[in-house]
Design a protein around this ligand. Structure first.
Ligand code: C2E
Ligand code: CA
Ligand code: CA
Ligand code: CA
Length: 273
């Protein structure tokens, strides 16, 4: 017992304890936020490259943590993933996004799906349930998935995508080009769209090699008849290049930051007027 005690003493690292405590506190607060309905959604416009009009929105979850201020989803989504909260969070986001998008019949609605949701065998069932409950047209809904999980479980992934597509929803591959992306996967999984990661867009106006990379990626997707969205467009030059190379949809701060549902409604009314 004395030995073990000494071992514990030497391994004791107050910084690590503090980290763990902070993580636990975050997890508790997040659980409360989900249960209390304190998460909200922001919507970022998706712009048609030809029409220059808003053709859809991507729903992005927001959390204003009491006593701390806004926390990035890049921080709390991973916590939700490892603490069993992703199910409830994902269900909230999907339901809220579909409900809200019903008032925007001319728009498509994109919703992020994390690996933890996608891995759940009941995922298709709950998507079906939400579609029925909110009475949104399935073909207006795109689920955005990232590739990490897929590469590890190609067979299951293919099955899940097939099942989801029988519901009529579309599946997009998110963050393409940020990881080990192999365009070979595109064909076998039957994605309806790919979204090119911001890291591939960032330097296109200054870097010839980045331009070549983007051009080749879009060309390959086009050869498979898969439409491409360019993410993270921050300048008019980037918008021009991306659309010139064949991206049919553009998204980024140049057009709009993520905004409230009311702002989207207002913009639609302006566009209609
Ligand atoms: P994502 O799906 O790739 O979403 C795009 C992120 O890039 C958003 O950050 C958006 O605000 C940001 N962004 C858009 N345009 C620009 C731009 O021009 N420049 C820059 N610098 N950033 C831009 P956000 O909202 O912080 O979300 C971060 C990530 O968190 C998302 O990346 C997504 O992976 C995840 N996430 C967000 N909402 C949800 C959700 O409801 N469910 C799940 N599972 N994940 C979510
Ligand atoms: Ca996304
Ligand atoms: Ca993305
Ligand atoms: Ca991302």
């Amino acid at each position: 017992a004395k030995e073990a005690g000494r071992a514990r003493m030497t391994l004791y690292d107050p910084a690590m304890d503090a980290d763990r405590e902070e993580r636990n506190a975050l997890e508790l607060d997040l659980r409360q936020a989900i249960e209390g309905g304190d998460l909200t959604l922001a919507y970022q416009p998706l712009i048609g490259a030809d029409s220059n009009e808003m053709v859809g929105v991507e729903a992005l979850v927001r959390w204003n943590r009491p006593g701390h201020g806004p926390v990035s989803p890049d921080v709390f989504i991973p916590v939700a993933e490892t603490s069993g909260l992703i199910e409830a969070l994902g269900l909230f986001v999907l339901r809220k996004a579909c409900e809200t998008a019903k008032q925007w019949p001319e728009l498509k609605i994109a919703v992020n799906v994390s690996p933890g949701q996608f891995r759940n065998p009941a995922f298709t069932d709950y998507v079906r349930y939400v579609l029925r409950q909110t009475e949104i047209e399935a073909k207006r809904v795109t689920l955005e998935v990232t590739e990490g999980y897929m590469i590890q479980n190609p067979k299951r992934t293919r099955q899940s995508i097939e099942q989801l597509k029988t519901l009529g929803v579309k599946i997009a591959l998110d963050d393409f080009g940020s990881g080990f992306s192999s365009i070979g996967y595109l064909r076998q999984f039957g994605f309806d769209r790919i979204k090119i990661d911001r890291s591939l867009i960032m330097d296109i106006e200054h870097s010839e090699s980045q331009r070549e990379m983007l051009k080749a990626t879009v060309a390959l997707a086009s050869s498979l008849d898969i439409p491409v969205t360019a993410e993270g467009i921050e300048t008019p030059e980037q918008a021009d290049i991306a659309s010139q190379f064949g991206c049919d949809t553009l998204q980024g701060f140049f057009f709009s930051k993520p905004v409230s549902a009311d702002d989207i409604t207002e913009r639609l009314m302006e566009a209609r007027a």
